[in-house]
Design a protein around this ligand. Structure first.
Ligand code: ATP
Ligand code: MG
Length: 559
């Protein structure tokens, strides 16, 4: 397995089941699977399932995890999605070796199993209209009614099924159904569909098939064919488990995997279903599946999330059967923790104003040493050019500032990070009263930001030398939605709650010169947060940075 794989995950109830199965000898080798439908990009919810399934494969001797594309829905599925899914799983630090499969690999076997069910009189071809099928199904309080076609002979069923397969009938004319119990309290057991007619070519099997298997049938049989031992899925499949077991029991498949359900990951202030993400992308509310505001793994990667942080988050939230909504700040804290330990520091002014040091010689320049990482001496220092005219943050100056404002106001002294102490003398304003220049005098005896006489200053501000600065665009991102649970508002369209201020673009940011050679790793812009180059829009000569996350949980404060 991949080097970047991490420390073993903390244990959970599923791992306890596996431990017991290994101890009792029920299984010698554990096989899990991650079965995405290639109808969209993966999101952070999928990461939970990936870390669970592939994590087990990493931690148990000789265990493996299969990547299986659940491609039974031609029409919605695209090879673009398959490639993106593989990239995301790899990025998270997992590998599947030779174990990448498609449900469509098993179409022949699935069909043979369906024929077997018919021969056992456990499946039949139904020819009710869609409306009748629904009416006959009953509801939670009323039992269903047998279809008049339920009594067809095995021979007739075999004949019809064969002709469905070769494309003789129109879509909706017939379906193959399991023969279970139309009065079963569990609606999933009321003769569920096994195959439906669909005259549509498939990306893998071309126009060979005119019928495609339903999820509940295809999934358990594919699991059995692959010898999966533990089939882990989310809680909404709990009611499908009796059907999962029914198919495998009736078919006497060589393996009978155990389905175990766990709760899905929900995060606040976002949406987490491929269908809804697709809507946001298609309707242009975001710029593609990898928009840095989306909870897709490609969007998060572009934003600057690290695979480490996501794995750490998945391990912290654990795996249980309890339904809940996790706060975004939990994810962001995993991210901050990882970035804080790895991100080199840099100085960047996002909303610049000029600071002029009146007593600094006009044509003088010097080089100061910037510490790359305060907690890691091995990270060394970098050269930062210093000169008479600097940029500082507009918000670091204030007229008539209160005592607690430890930044610049006339008469107040601050430390310029890594440089000198400066005292503000006056400012220049334009006709509308906006400050355009802050003037100050520096103390040449404080080079490196230390004073010999032990004089203390409370505030340290960041700066960049104007003539050396690199101009860049910086994108600040905020929550994509204005309320914690946009999809819970059943009466309203979740898109009504999109935060229209979720992306703020600052075009004239001034960065320290070393960032001209920025690579794709994350930086901490001191006092600002963590930033990385935008992998899509940044070009040499016109750099674009994304804010990955702020330094502290500013959202908690806002609330
Ligand atoms: P979506 O609702 O986003 O379309 P899905 O479950 O239909 O999700 P699949 O591609 O079928 O998407 O999912 C692949 C695997 O990922 C499944 O085993 C599913 O249970 C799991 N999964 C999907 N969403 C989550 C989630 N939010 N939390 C945990 N696991 C998830
Ligand atoms: Mg789905």
């Amino acid at each position: 397995m991949n080097d970047s794989s991490t420390e073993p995950q903390s244990t959970n109830f599923i791992r306890s089941i596996i431990d017991a199965d290994l101890a009792s000898g029920k299984h010698k080798k554990v096989i899990t699977r991650f079965p995405p439908e290639p109808n969209g990009y993966l999101h952070i919810g999928h990461a939970k399932s990936i870390c669970l399934n592939f994590g087990i494969a990493q931690d148990y001797p000789s265990a493996v995890c299969h990547l299986r594309f659940d491609d039974t829905n031609p029409g919605k599925e695209k090879s673009e999605y398959i490639d993106a899914i593989k990239e995301d799983v790899r990025w998270l630090g997992f590998s599947w070796d030779d174990n990448s499969h498609h449900t469509s690999d098993y179409f022949d076997q699935l069909y043979a199993y369906a024929v077997q069910l018919v021969k056992q009189d456990k499946a039949y071809v139904d020819s009710l209209s869609a409306a009748d099928t629904k009416a006959y199904r009953g509801n939670l309080t009323e039992p269903g009614i047998d279809s008049p076609f339920r009594g067809r002979s095995i021979e007739e069923n075999i004949d019809l099924l064969e002709r469905m397969k070769t494309g003789e009938f129109a879509e909706g004319e017939h379906v193959l159904r399991a023969k279970i119990d139309m009065a079963a309290p569990n609606m999933n057991m009321r003769d569920p569909a096994i195959y439906r007619i669909k005259h549509m070519a498939h990306p893998m099997t071309g126009d060979k098939w005119h019928i495609y298997p339903m999820y509940d049938f295809a999934h358990c049989v594919s699991d059995a064919i692959e010898g999966i031992t533990h089939s882990l899925c989310t809680l909404e499949f709990e009611d499908h488990r009796p059907l999962y077991d029914w198919f495998l029991d009736e078919l006497k498949t060589p393996a009978h995997p155990q389905q175990i359900e766990f709760s899905r990951l929900n995060l606040d202030y976002t949406v987490m279903s491929k269908r809804k993400l697709y809507e946001l992308v298609e309707d242009g509310h975001v710029h593609g599946w990898n928009d840095p505001r989306l909870p897709t793994l490609s969007g998060m990667r572009r934003r600057g999330y690290t695979a480490n942080a996501i794995r750490d988050f998945c391990s912290r939230i654990g795996v249980t059967k309890k339904d809940n909504i996790i706060e975004m700040s939990v994810l962001e804290n995993s991210l901050r923790e990882d970035l804080n330990s790895v991100a080199p520091r840099a100085l960047a002014v996002l909303d610049p104003i000029k600071l002029i040091i009146d007593n600094y010689p006009e044509d003088q320049e010097e080089t100061l040493a910037g510490v790359n990482h305060p907690k890691n001496p091995d990270a060394g220092t970098r050269d930062i050019p210093f000169s008479k005219t600097l940029y500082i943050e507009l918000s670091d100056y204030m007229d008539d500032a209160p005592k607690k404002f430890f930044r610049l106001t006339v008469g107040r002294e601050v430390r310029l990070r890594f440089a000198y102490y400066v005292t503000c003398t006056h400012v220049v304003k334009d006709d509308s009263g906006n400050v355009t220049e802050v003037h100050c005098r520096y103390d040449p005896e404080t080079r490196g930001g230390k004073s010999e006489d032990g004089r203390k200053v409370k505030g340290t501000i960041h700066w960049v030398s104007a003539q050396h600065a690199v101009t860049a665009e910086v994108r600040l991102y905020d929550r994509l939605f204005t309320i914690p649970a946009p999809v819970a508002e059943k009466e309203r369209d979740f898109k009504e709650f999109i935060n229209i201020d979720s992306a703020q673009v600052l075009a004239n940011c001034q960065l320290e010169a070393s960032l001209l050679n920025a690579n794709t790793t994350a930086y901490q812009f001191e006092r600002q947060g963590y930033f990385c180059l935008d992998s899509v829009d940044s070009k040499p000569g016109s750099l674009v940075f994304n804010r990955i996350v702020t330094l502290r949980d500013s959202w908690a404060k806002k609330k």
